[in-house]
Design a protein around this ligand. Sequence first.
Ligand SMILES: *Cc1c(COP(=O)(O)O)cnc(C)c1O
Length: 221
Amino acid sequence: MKHQQFDYLAKLAKEKDITLVAVSKTQPHEKIKELYDRGQRIFGENRVQELVDKHESLPKDIEWHLIGHLQTNKVKYIAPFVGLIHSVDSLKLLAEIDKQAKKNGRIIPVLLQVYIADEETKFGFLLEELLEYFDKGIFEEYKNISIRGLMGMATNTENEEQVRNEFDSLNTLYKKIKSNYHQSNSDFSILSMGMSGDYELAIQEGSNMIRVGSLIFGERG
Ligand SMILES: *Cc1c(COP(=O)(O)O)cnc(C)c1O
């Protein structure tokens, strides 16, 4: 556990008015509790079962974010409590979240994941596809979902220029959507980008929510 790194990031986030999501996937409960005791309240997980287990055993005022790919048949397990789903990558998934949110009498906050990387393994909507959906007003159909912003992952590469360009393209899209479709809706206000290896670049390119795991917890086992 890297307390100094955590304290540094927490302070940076506060100064810059950025939200720090501590990515606790694969980490044991004790380590999460340690960060909780240092003041951290937002944790991100990428697996549904792990998220459910941790939510059950850890303090109830933790805000749990799902950051990894979500299968439609698993939405029901997290719908009662999830604080933010970063990884919405299809209309089918959106429809299921809407349905489960309604069942639970909730409005579930989500981010739309956008495909910006030069890698075939990363999920997400295409930029043009997303603009088309906003144009057609498709997202307005989902009454039990609050679309709070966008999430993206840059290519895992040493090439800073490429990572910067990818983040910039996401920020440009974010601003476009915000100004064209959300003038009166301040709920659309989150740009989730940046992880341990690229959070500095992400912040420079406009991120206001970073998802940091290994830098805080140490390498995952
Ligand atoms: C694991 C993960 C992170 C955190 O990665 P680190 O490199 O450990 O900071 C961030 N976002 C997503 C979507 C992840 O799956």
